[in-house]
Design a protein around this ligand. Structure first.
Ligand code: AMP
Ligand code: MG
Length: 404
């Protein structure tokens, strides 16, 4: 059986091997582009900063004239946004504000905290270094240089860069369309009242949210009954997008029909089990040119396996590179004991004590326990070769980035 690392790599390799076609694109205003992947290069329209910029409120000087104890006559002031053309005359200084242009001739700004002023005279408390408190024109980016490159995911900083260089519209890759189909005779839509032995279809909701957070566009197909005819018909509807995510019906039960129905529709499977708990019977394959994930139906299993395997797939299908699994290290608060041979992803709570992350596994009833996951902000990873982990040991944690 594949480890979760191997299974994840296989997803990435299979999808990357088939990549290369140009992505369908759309042009979006900056206000709508958050989370999309850029499909163009964005260039700096001019030098950045566009002028030698003061980073402090203070006095622009010639550094050689502003030694400790020296004094200079102040000849005026420059605010952010002022036109600056005339050079600073020798023997003078000029008051300057943060963000204002440093006049020609001046090569340093002395912070207002380190001067004393008597009328027009300004005297300096300490030595002045050439270049201090000035960001030179073009030192952040030169006109014509790439400010943003294609394949970059647009976060708030990337949007600010686009705004800075005046790129009000961005060409982005269309988000991959992800069909979501739950399966199970026991499931009812969340708008209906379940019978005494029915449950509501919560996976449709959680998977759609996970798709959105991962940069995909969910297409909700509802639920298929555990019957070959209904499953086949609904799976075929799901094969119109870029990815089909199924939940349930992939275990060993008599009514777990997903794999056999996919097979009858021509699917190839790259794996149908991973050495993890929860999530062991996870299926990944390709059916009629669509990538298919068959996730176990238990809610926590579907959440964990989506995080592990579907997110890198959506990255690649969005035109970005697959993001790494964002594992971080934390100190274990209470000892844990798990069965060897599998990687366990336990609902857990991460807290920061004196800035250092500490993690506690939460009490739970197994992979159907959504309530436990609601108390968790991460999964504690117990590796397959660790039976017991003592309190105080360093462990790996997969944060829930939707709540952290
Ligand atoms: P399965 O993987 O189909 O054997 O389902 C495993 C468990 O998960 C069963 O207890 C199901 O009732 C539950 N389950 C399956 N699908 C869903 C769903 N869409 N929403 C909530 N629970 C589900
Ligand atoms: Mg089922």
């Amino acid at each position: 059986m594949l480890s979760f690392e191997e299974a994840r790599q296989l997803v990435v390799r299979k999808i990357a091997d088939r990549q290369g076609r140009p992505f369908p694109t759309l042009s979006l205003p900056l206000s709508e582009a958050l989370g999309f992947v850029l499909a163009q290069e964005v260039q700096a329209d001019r030098d950045y900063p566009p002028f030698d910029r003061s980073t402090r409120d203070g006095y622009a000087v010639r550094s050689s004239e502003a030694a400790a104890g020296a004094s200079l006559r102040c000849v005026g002031e420059i605010k952010a946004g002022d036109n600056v053309t005339s050079p600073l005359a020798s023997g003078t200084c000029i008051q300057i504000m943060t963000g204002a242009a440093v006049p020609p001739g001046a090569d340093a700004v002395v912070m207002i905290e380190f001067i004393r002023r008597h009328g027009e005279q300004v005297s300096f408390d300490r030595a002045t270094q050439p270049g201090q408190n000035i960001v030179p024109r073009g030192s952040e980016a030169r006109a014509g240089q790439a400010a943003l490159k294609p394949s970059l995911r647009l976060g708030f900083a990337e949007l600010a860069i686009a705004a800075q260089v005046g790129a009000a519209q961005l060409l982005c890759a269309r988000k991959p369309r992800v069909a979501i189909l739950s399966t199970g005779d026991e499931l009812v839509p969340i708008t209906e009242t379940p019978g005494p032995f029915h449950i509501r279809n919560s996976n449709g909701v959680s998977l759609a949210a996970q798709v959105r957070l991962a940069g995909g566009e969910p297409v909700l197909l509802g639920n298929a009954l555990d019957r070959i005819d209904d499953l086949s018909a609904k799976i075929e509807l799901g094969l119109r997008g870029d990815v089909l995510v199924l939940s349930g019906g992939v275990s060993m039960g008599k009514y777990d029909l997903v794999e056999s129905v996919l097979k009858s529709l021509g699917a190839d499977f790259f794996f149908d089990a991973v050495a993890i708990r929860p999530g062991r019977p996870t299926v990944f394959g390709r059916c009629q040119n669509v990538w298919v994930f068959g996730l176990p139906g238990n809610p926590v299993s579907s959440m964990v396996t989506f995080q592990l395997f579907a997110i890198p797939a959506l990255d690649l299908l969005s035109g970005a590179s697959a993001r790494p699994l964002p594992l971080l290290e934390a100190t274990l608060v209470d000892a844990v004991k798990e069965k060897a041979g599998l990687s366990h992803f336990l609902p857990a709570r991460l807290e920061w004590r004196d800035l250092s992350p500490c993690v506690s596994a939460l009490r739970w009833q197994g992979s159907g326990d959504i309530a436990a996951l609601g108390r968790a902000n991460c999964f504690l990873l117990v590796p397959p070769d660790r039976l017991d982990i003592s309190a105080g040991e360093r462990v790996s944690v997969l944060p829930r980035l939707d709540v952290l």
